[in-house]
Each structure stands twice: as C-alpha cells, then as structure tokens.
Design a protein around this ligand. Structure first.
Ligand SMILES: Cc1cc2nc3c(=O)[nH]c(=O)nc-3n(C[C@H](O)[C@H](O)[C@H](O)COP(=O)(O)OP(=O)(O)OC[C@H]3O[C@@H](n4cnc5c(N)ncnc54)[C@H](O)[C@@H]3O)c2cc1C
Ligand SMILES: NC(=O)c1ccc[n+]([C@@H]2O[C@H](COP(=O)([O-])OP(=O)(O)OC[C@H]3O[C@@H](n4cnc5c(N)ncnc54)[C@H](O)[C@@H]3O)[C@@H](O)[C@H]2O)c1
Ligand code: SF4
Ligand code: FES
Length: 812
C-alpha cells in the first residue's frame, strides 16, 4: 500500500516537534519530506542567546542532527525554500526546482525579524537577531569592532545586549518606551531590571525614537528624533517579529496577520495545516515555544486520526523568563493593575526581590517575579486551573516566602500534576515516573526521555532538583551537576575546591580568577562565595555583610508587614525569672504586638519596627538567638534525669553545653539539634539535623532528620558512652557538613545526596580524618565573632548604617 505523503515547509522548532509527535504515534505510516530555508538540521533557536553569550556553541544547540532524519527515513532539503503551493495538484515546488506531492501539507514557516524601515537600515552592520547567520555575524563583528547598539529593550534585545557585552563590546540599548520589557513587566520590576543590567555594564537610552541610521557603506551611528546621535559599529534590531505568511497568502490560503487556523490547526484549504509562529488562532499568533508545541501535539493528533478529534487547541497561557545571567525575571498573564484586580506584593530592596501576584475574583490571573522566581511553577498552575484562592495565606501562594525560604526543596513540595517544564508542558509526575521506570540518572537523560529542559533550559535547576530528590540515596556519581548560578559554569563543589586550592581570599578575587560572567555576581552566588570563603579561612576572612540575605544582615527575621521578630537565646530552652521579667518589660515598653513560644523552646517577640531593633536588643541584654541565620538555631532539651521519672541522662546539661559550644557558627543552612534523656524522645530528637537520645548508660546520635516541608526521620549515626564522645562526634559531623555540603543544603538533603554510610566512614571510621575535622572545628570556634546584637548596639556607626538609612519594603 502506498504510504501517505507529509510535506513540511519549515525545518524549525514547531514544525519538527509536530513531526516528532506524529512519529510517536505512527512511526511507519508516512513518507515525510521537509523543506528548510536555512542550511542546517533542526536547531534550538532559543539557545542562540546562549551561543551569543558564550555559554553554548552551535553544535550543542542542534536538536535533531542529520542522522536523525536518516534514521527516521525523512528527506530533508536543507537550504531549499518552498516557493509555490499548487493546491489543485497537491504539490509543493521549491526554489531549487523540486516538486513534491503531498497528502498532508504542514506550513511552519515561523516569523521574520521586523526591521525598522529607517533611512540607512540597509547599511552594512545593521542586522537582526533571529538565526545562526545573525549570531555568527555578531560574533565576528565583535572581533573587529567595539561599539554595539541594540534597538529594542524587549526579551530579545536584552538577551542580545548581554551577549554583546560578553563579547567585550561596549553595548548600548535604545528603547522607545520609558520602561524595559514593558510588555511583560510593571514599573517596579522594570526599574530593578534596568538597575541590575546597568550594574552589569549595559547602558540605556530610554524613550528614544530613532530617525535614521548614519554612516557610509557601514553603519557609523544613529540619529534620534530629538536631534541627538549615538556612535555605533554594529546595530542589532530587536523590535519584534512578523509571522511569515507570504507563501500561504500567495497560494490562496486565508491569512490575516498570520495564517488563519481553526482549533485543529486546519487552514482554509483542505489537507493544508499551519503550526507555530506563522499560525493565527483566535486572533493570536504566538511568539514563544510552549504554545507552539501544544499546537504541534494537536496537529499530530489531527493528521494521525484522519479526522477532528477532541476539543483541539484551545489557546495557551503564556509566560516569559529572560535568559540573562544574574537576573531572574518571570512574567505571566495580567501583570498591570486593573480596576477589578488586587495584588499581593513583596518588595525587598535589600535582596533585590519583587513579587506581584495579580488576583481577580479570588483567582490568580497574572504575576511578575523579579530576583527570585522559584514560585513560578506553582503560580502558573494556579492560573491554569483558575484555582479559587479564598482563605489561602501568602505562604501558600508564594511558598518561597516561608521562613528560611528553603531553596531546593520546592519540587519536593510540588504535586505530581504540577508543571516543571513550561516550554514542553511536562509535569512532575511524568518526570518522576520516567526516572523510576527508565532508571534515569542525569538531566540529559531526563531531557531525552521526557522533553523537559529541551527548549529554553530555564527549568533545568528544577529537573536537577527533582532528579536528586527522586533518587535520594541512589544519587551517586552519575548525577549531573548544575552550575552554582547563571554567573558561572562552575558547580558549588568546584567553586569551593578552587577557593581552597588557589587560596582565594576575597569575593572579588574569586569572581576574577574564576572568570565570573557578571561583574557583581547575584543573590545566589554572592552569599555562597561568602560562606565558602569563611569556612576556608576561618581566622583571616572578614565576613561580607553585603553578601548576606536581609534577615542575616539585620540579625532579625523580617515579617510580612515589614516589621521584625526578635528571639533572644535561651540555652537548652531553659530560662529564669530575671530573663522573663526583662522580656516582659521590653514587650511593654515597645508595645510588642505578639509574644509567642517557638518550637525551639524560646520566646519570639513579633512585630518590632526596624528602627527599634537596636534599643530592644540593648534593653534585653541577652544574646541573639540566631533565629534568622544559617547557623545553629536551637538545642531543644527534655527535662531529663533531674525531674522526669523515666530520665536516665542529663539532657538539659548536655543540651546547654552543646548550644554554648556551637552557638554563632556559620553552617551551609540552619541546624537544629535536640537532646532527649530517654527513647520517649520528648525533645523530638528524631527530626533534627542532629538528634541525641539517652539510652541506658549511653547516647544515640541520629543524623539528617528534618521536621520542615520535607519531613524526614534522622538515621542512627552512632552510639557512644560519654558526653565527651558526643561532643567530639558533633564536631566532626558538623565540620564535615560545613566543608562538604553545598551552601543552602540542609543536612537531610546532604546526607540524602552523599549517603549516611559515607559520612560514617569519614567521621567515625577514619580516625585521622576525624581528628583533623575536630581540630578544624576548634579553629573555627576560636574565631567566632562576638554576639551580633552586642556588636551593633556598642557601635554607633554600625547602628546608624544599618538601622537609620536604607529601606526594606514588604507590601501586602
Ligand atoms: C534569540 C532568540 C531567543 C528566543 N528565546 C525564546 C525563549 O527563551 N523562550 C521561548 O519560548 N521562545 C523564544 N524564542 C522564540 C522561539 O525561538 C520561537 O517562538 C520558535 O523558534 C518559533 O518556532 P517556529 O517553528 O514557528 O519558527 P522558526 O523556528 O523560525 O522556524 C521556521 C523555519 O522555517 C523556515 N522557512 C520559512 N519560510 C520557508 C520556506 N518558504 N521554505 C522553507 N523553509 C522556510 C525558516 O527559515 C525557519 O528555519 C526566541 C527566539 C530567538 C530568535
Ligand atoms: N526569553 C524569551 O522568552 C525570549 C527571548 C528572545 C526572544 N523571544 C521571542 O522572540 C520574539 C522577538 O522578541 P522581541 O524582543 O524582538 O519582541 P517584542 O515584541 O517582545 O519586543 C520588542 C521591543 O522593542 C521595542 N521597540 C519597538 N519599536 C522600537 C523602536 N523603534 N525603537 C526602540 N524600541 C522599539 C518595543 O517597545 C518592545 O519592547 C518575541 O516573540 C519574543 O517573545 C523570547
Ligand atoms: S524524653 Fe524521656 S526523660 Fe526526657 S522528658 Fe521525655 S520521658 Fe522524660
Ligand atoms: S521551561 Fe523552557 S525548557 Fe523547560
């Protein structure tokens, strides 16, 4: 029987994804022929930004190489353009004279970059940014010329500008509106973006209209309508796209802005379909891959089923993320305030974080996240489902606002149906199933099996996290490591190792020697570098407060209304009438709105304005409880042998001794401990980073427990006889954790990653290493800073700098 012929015009992202979907359903039913104007196999256009930025090369962005076409028996005419569609004879004719019959014709001709029709726009050195040729031209221009101007401050323009900066060009962006990315961001987010990009070295000319392009044969500059000029050796136009519908229109297929299609991607002509940026569905021609891939799935279904099935394509909710290292931007749906909308806003100018969630009729209809975008999958899910948020608190809508903002634990808390990869519409459940069923151990494998992370790559950290979480103890050597952040290609471990081996001592030095891609780093790498430097040089390194998160800088936890909470240290959860009287007096004097007992057995004074913090600390005259820090938080104790009839050990005495010894020590994440004097475990030792349980004549130590989002029982580390052995084991364990865990990795994740047996083999079995770890811990303890509250209240300058100048806003 004759196979049916499919002809595809356009070898780009949407067309080939449609073919992939068809082949999944019907690997042998069709003879497939593809015309591609560009002389390459199918590549990832999105990652051209990364090629320009030097993070990737052209070979790495090929999605399907020539072998793939051969394996699938597909004929590809690369570099040959389809010029005519003869609907009567059902053939396509090409520029090189080929004539191909079709039973099904798919048009996926994408878009063309829009070139402003300015006088001089045809000069040498004036280009677009759309394909491999443009990218290569920019890279080669950077070797000869110095001054680049990008016209257009949208997604494409900013990604191009970042690339040109990486190529060492002086880069200016000319934008016709007063705000960058005004189609995706509101004013505050746009302002923050501009500040951060300026700090990276980009220069902006806002609200400028270009009148003409100056120069002889090659471009020499721009002239604006206000009469001013700007010199340029290279001009990149990034001012939007125009769907490529000319061939379809000339062939008698109905077009408007693009090729008109119905819910099944059918055009006005039988057996001719359109998909991708060249298609217009319900008045919208999309310019991002996620909707195009959804269309591809529908079209594959339509062609394979030989009839219309189901509801077809119903339009897409789009979202964008900017691919520029050092800035995290997310935008979806309605992002401007409207008459019938309300917004939840969080704005932290210290950490450079802005979040706005737009709500209409108790449903999330849009969001802008700047500086921290971990909440984006959950918000998208809420928007897609139209979830009623009545009664949901801010920490449910923005889970990363929870105390401590547990970086890295977000996928653990996600539901199986929640989307991990927006571009490819892949949810958590699909990925977990593939990891388990197919034994996947790397992001690359997950990519191949599920398509997740195969497009913009923005979801890679989530995929990596999910992989590590799903594999747990099995996550061994094969697990592919992710870079620390967009500012570097090095992993946490590599940066730590370089700091140690190259004896780097300052943040700036780390960034210079390790070729950081941004001049100032970002909110992910700066705190991590600061931490690694502190661990490597405990005596010499001077902590950098500007690399600390806001809570650590202010030595108090910021609350959702912009006030702070103050938690004084109560060693082992033990207090006395003097302390209680002092707390009561301070609470009265400062009208503290809420006093609350914490889970760590101390008293939290909530609702204190920032300006009052130093006076409150002074009046309390108690040490800081470090309730805000990546450090030892509390050592919870049960009453133990002195009072409890079951107690066999002095849990309070041991708990206080431990808390006094390790108090103020920097750790990769917060550390909680507990001491119970018998297996009844009243201090909840089983869910602590290190839990100690008294048994007849001995102590059992449990490691890697967690009572937070990721509930986990600790595992037995060892059983020892004396309190001295307990302390030595804690020193070895904590020091090994400090030196080997990634910054922001809780002990439960760290042990899950490296395995408890490994930790035991180092800190218990290897006597030499145990001794060395204990010695290094002692050195770190000798170098501990004085109590931070005291150091601020006794230093007028510090007090003024921190508490009387800058502004932290948290708007609700
Ligand atoms: C630098 C850059 C970064 C981007 N980043 C993102 C991002 O982060 N996220 C995101 O979602 N989207 C991003 N996009 C947009 C995304 O790449 C497009 O939406 C997507 O590539 C469109 O796919 P398509 O198949 O419709 O069109 P295309 O990928 O453009 O493919 C169409 C192909 O058809 C060919 N063609 C046209 N006419 C003919 C003809 N007559 N005969 C034969 N071949 C023809 C074209 O040469 C082209 O190769 C980015 C785009 C660029 C340029
Ligand atoms: N990260 C991403 O998702 C990403 C990255 C790059 C490109 N893309 C896609 O590629 C396509 C093209 O991107 P784009 O940024 O060119 O399109 P765009 O339409 O989103 O932005 C163009 C920008 O240029 C500005 N502009 C228009 N005319 C101008 C003029 N005369 N002078 C100065 N500025 C002018 C506009 O105000 C607008 O902000 C879009 O579909 C986009 O979604 C997406
Ligand atoms: S853990 Fe045991 S010793 Fe401690 S309070 Fe509870 S029952 Fe008493
Ligand atoms: S979100 Fe773009 S590849 Fe997954």
């Amino acid at each position: 029987m004759r196979k049916e012929n499919i002809v595809l015009i356009g070898n780009g992202m949407a067309g080939i994804r449609t073919i992939e979907e068809i082949l999944k359903k019907e690997p042998n039913r069709f003879t497939i022929t593809i015309f591609g104007k560009e002389p390459y196999p199918n590549y990832n256009r999105i990652l051209l930004s990364k090629v320009l930025q030097g993070d990737s090369d052209i070979n790495e962005i090929i999605l399907n190489d020539y072998d793939w076409y051969e394996e699938k028996n597909i004929t590809l005419y690369a570099g040959d353009e389809a010029e005519e569609i003869d609907k009567k004879k059902k053939v396509v004719r090409s520029r090189q004279g080929r004539e191909c019959p079709y039973d099904h014709l798919i048009i996926a001709t994408g878009s063309n970059a829009f070139m402003l029709p300015l006088p001089g726009a045809d000069k040498e050195g004036v280009i677009a940014f759309r394909d491999i040729k443009d990218t290569e031209e920019m890279i080669s221009a950077s070797k000869k010329y110095r001054r680049a101007v990008v016209i257009g401050g949208g997604l494409l323009g900013l990604e191009a500008a970042r690339g040109l900066l990486n190529l060492d060009m002086e880069t200016e962006v000319v934008h016709n509106s007063s705000y960058l990315m005004e189609r995706q961001l509101d004013e505050p987010a746009s302002r923050m973006l501009k500040n951060d990009l300026e700090a990276q070295g980009m220069r902006f000319h806002m609200a400028k209209d270009t009148e003409k392009i100056l120069g002889k044969k090659r471009v020499e500059g721009l002239k604006f309508k206000d009469g001013s000029t700007l010199e340029a050796d290279l001009v990149v136009m990034a001012v939007g796209i125009r769907p490529n519908a000319v061939l379809a229109g000339a062939s008698g297929i109905d077009t408007n802005r693009a090729i008109l299609v119905n819910d099944h991607m059918e055009t006005s002509v039988k057996d001719i379909y359109a998909v991708g940026e060249c298609a217009e569905h319900n008045g919208i021609a999309y310019g991002l891959v996620a909707p195009l891939y959804e269309q591809g799935k529908v079209l594959a279904e339509r062609i394979c089923a030989k009839a219309r099935t189901g509801t077809g394509y119903q339009g897409s909710l789009t979202y964008t993320q900017l691919k520029v290292s050092g800035v995290d931007v997310f935008s979806a749906g309605t992002f401007q305030d409207e008459e019938d909308t309300k917004a939840i806003r969080v704005h932290d100018e210290f950490e450079g974080i802005y979040k706005k969630v737009v709500v209409r009729d108790n449903r999330v209809v849009g969001a802008v996240l700047y500086g921290e975008t971990a909440d984006s999958p959950r918000l998208l899910e809420m928007m897609k489902k139209g979830q009623d948020i009545t009664g949901l608190g801010k920490t449910i809508i923005l889970p990363s606002e929870q105390e401590g903002g547990e970086a890295g634990s977000l996928t653990a808390a996600m539901e199986p149906f929640e989307t991990i990869c927006g571009c490819n519409g892949v949810c958590k459940g699909d990925i977990v199933e593939a990891i388990q069923k197919d034994g996947l151990t790397s992001v690359e494998e997950v990519k191949k099996h599920t398509n997740a992370a195969r497009s913009c790559g923005g979801c890679k950290p989530l995929v990596a996290d999910l992989l590590a979480h799903t594999l747990g103890d099995e996550a061994g050597e094969g697990l592919q490591e992710e870079p620390m952040c967009g500012c570097t290609d090095l992993t946490h471990e590599e940066v730590g190792e370089e700091i140690r081996t190259k004896q780097l001592t300052l943040t700036r030095e780390v960034m210079n020697v390790l070729h950081w891609k941004t001049s100032e780093g970002c909110s992910k790498c700066r705190p991590a570098i600061n931490y690694y430097l502190g661990v490597a040089h405990p005596k010499e390194y001077e902590d950098d407060p500007s690399s600390r998160f806001v809570n650590e800088r202010m030595h108090a936890n910021i609350q959702n209304d912009g006030t702070y909470s103050v938690v004084p240290r109560m060693y082992g959860g033990v207090t006395n009438p003097d302390q209680l009287r002092k707390i009561a007096e301070v609470a009265d004097k400062y009208d503290v709105p809420l006093l609350k007992l914490t889970g760590g057995q101390r008293i939290d004074m909530l609702g204190i304005p920032k300006a009052d913090l130093p006076s409150v600390w002074e009046d309390l005259n108690m040490p800081s409880g470090y309730a805000y820090a990546k450090s030892l938080r509390t050592v919870k104790t049960c009453v133990g042998e002195d009072f409890c009839r079951f107690g066999t050990q002095d849990s309070i005495g041991l708990g206080i001794a431990i808390e006094k010894k390790y108090d103020r020590l920097n750790t990769p994440h917060k550390v909680k401990m507990a001491v119970s004097a018998c297996p009844r475990n009243c201090a909840e030792s089983g869910i602590k980073d290190l839990g100690i349980v008294g048994v007849e004549g001995a102590w059992e130590l449990y490691a890697g427990g967690n009572g937070g989002v990721d509930l986990k029982g600790g595992e037995l580390l060892t059983k020892v006889q004396t309190t001295e052995e307990v302390i030595d084991t804690i020193s070895a364990y904590l020091q090994y954790y400090r030196e080997n865990a990634r910054y922001l990795e809780r002990t439960s994740h760290w042990i899950g990653r490296v395995g408890l047996e490994h930790v035991k083999s180092v800190i218990l079995d290897n006597k030499e290493e145990r001794k060395a770890l204990i010695a290094r811990m002692d050195t770190a303890l000798e170098a501990l800073p004085e109590d931070p509250w005291k150091s601020i209240t006794s230093n007028e300058k510090k007090r003024e700098e921190l508490f009387e100048q800058k502004k932290v806003e948290v708007l609700q």
